[in-house]
Design a protein around this ligand. Structure first.
Ligand code: PMT
Length: 406
């Protein structure tokens, strides 16, 4: 890569024993063509001298020592703007907490708050700190804001404990960083993901049916994103006018009962299940064998019976470790209804959309959603359904690593 066309990675190093591994990480990033600038916390400087990073990176190191006060305020903005990617490795529980709360009280926290670049964190800490609900909550908050997380590995830790909290292999971190820079993140490799999309059609007679306005766009965006991120994806799709994304396995359904049958067969194998489909809650008690004739003047009465609730049936059979995400299409009291569905259907997260808002819900390319879990409620601004899909997947991955930590 030419010097000017090189992508810039700002590497934040925080104070943990794994700080020394950031030197090798820096080298790996450089080898793959990145220009790396380092920002260190004061505590990181106790583990590795700034001079080491200065020599390796060929750039001054931004840190918080009083010997280097020069252009503190300006420097953080300059670095924040320069970054094509902001990577923090190792990331302590402390920096994750500061980022989740928007605290900016040193060079690194100030710079990462100021950046508009994508952010990747590779946490490393003692197992107890990693498993603490406060840390897991902070990670969920960060994931819902689009921060990517390379979860720590399990192993023998410097503090003498064994468990989760060891900095992931620097090769993996470097590869994830480069994939992000190239717009190719493959953080779902090895995972099986089932996505439902589109409406159901409940026949009334041979020519008519009950359906709804779902175009399938939301579910297809999720399937596309999960496939791009390396997952093995199956798309259970109602009748829509969309092409199945390449590499995704398509299983069509017509009625809610068919959706239930296919989803029940496929769900036990999945790591993540995302239910963006809009299956009808009711179907005709009897399907007329012939076209129903007009009865001049007389009111037409259709008798409907309730369909099975697919999400609730799957939720009841969920096995430990699986992450189930549902949607709530609401027109009023959005959060109240969404929370009710989250609990009733035994979901890990529900994506609430107020389908009365322009730019949200059915048959548009954008959505305005709130990600609701038992612990948190994160309202996202209007964004493309592709972007919403990535946010949902980020959050599903964070929920999965929280489950693994349980
Ligand atoms: O397809 P698009 O045009 O892109 O529109 C996207 C969307 C509005 C369809 C999508 O964002 C959305 O909200 N999907 C869920 C629609 C829905 O059926 O919502 P609900 O609140 O009625 O159902 C709650 C959850 O239970 C959903 O995950 C749904 O898939 C599931 N469900 C509903 C009824 C039923 N009988 N069985 C179910 O499993």
């Amino acid at each position: 890569m030419e010097e000017k066309s090189k992508k810039c990675v700002v590497l934040g190093v925080t104070g943990g024993i794994a700080a020394y591994k950031a030197c090798e990480l820096l080298r790996l990033l450089q080898k793959q063509g990145a220009d790396v600038y380092v920002v260190m916390t004061k505590n990181a400087g106790r583990f590795v001298a700034p001079l080491t990073f200065e020599t390796l990176s060929g750039h001054p190191v931004a840190c918080d020592t009083f010997e280097r006060p020069a252009t503190w305020e300006v420097e953080h903005v300059a670095l924040a703007k320069r970054a094509d990617l902001f990577l923090i490795a190792p990331a302590t529980a402390n920096i994750l907490a500061k980022m989740a709360c928007g605290i900016a009280d040193d060079m690194l926290s100030t710079t990462v708050l100021a950046t508009r670049a994508p952010v990747l964190v590779a946490p490393a800490m003692n197992t107890g700190m990693w498993e603490n609900p406060a840390t897991q909550h902070n990670l969920s908050v960060l994931a819902s804001r689009g921060v990517r997380i390379v979860a720590p590995a399990t192993g023998h830790l410097a503090c003498g404990d064994s468990g989760a909290g060891k900095l992931e292999d620097v090769q993996v971190i470097a590869q994830t960083a480069m994939d992000m820079l190239r717009g190719r993140v493959r953080d779902m490799e090895g995972l099986r993901v089932l996505v439902t999309a589109g409406p159901s059609r409940e026949a009334l007679d041979p020519v008519r049916y009950i359906t709804n306005r779902s175009s399938g766009k939301m579910g297809y965006a999720i399937a596309r994103a999960a496939q791009r991120r390396g997952a093995q994806v199956t798309l259970l799709s109602g009748p829509v006018a969309l092409e199945c994304p390449q590499g995704v396995g398509l299983v069509p359904f017509g009625t809610t009962a068919e959706l239930l049958q296919s989803a029940s067969a496929l769900a036990p194998e999945q790591d993540v299940l995302i239910q963006a489909a809009a299956p009808a809650d009711y179907r005709a008690k009897e399907i007329a064998p012939q076209k129903i004739k007009k009865q001049s003047g007389a009111p037409m009465v259709l008798e409907l019976v309730e369909n099975p609730d697919v999400a609730a049936a799957l939720g009841a059979a969920k096995r430990p470790g699986q992450v189930f995400v549902g949607f709530a299409a609401e027109t009023n009291d959005v959060l109240e209804h969404a929370r009710g569905k989250l609990a009733r259907k035994r979901l890990d997260m529900i994506v609430a959309n107020d389908v009365t808002r322009p730019g949200a819900g059915f048959d548009v390319d954008t959505n305005i959603v709130t990600l609701v879990t038992k612990e948190a409620c994160d309202e996202l601004p209007m964004m493309s359904k592709d972007e919403v899909a990535d946010r949902i997947l980020d959050r599903a991955l964070a929920l999965r690593s929280a489950k693994k930590a349980e």
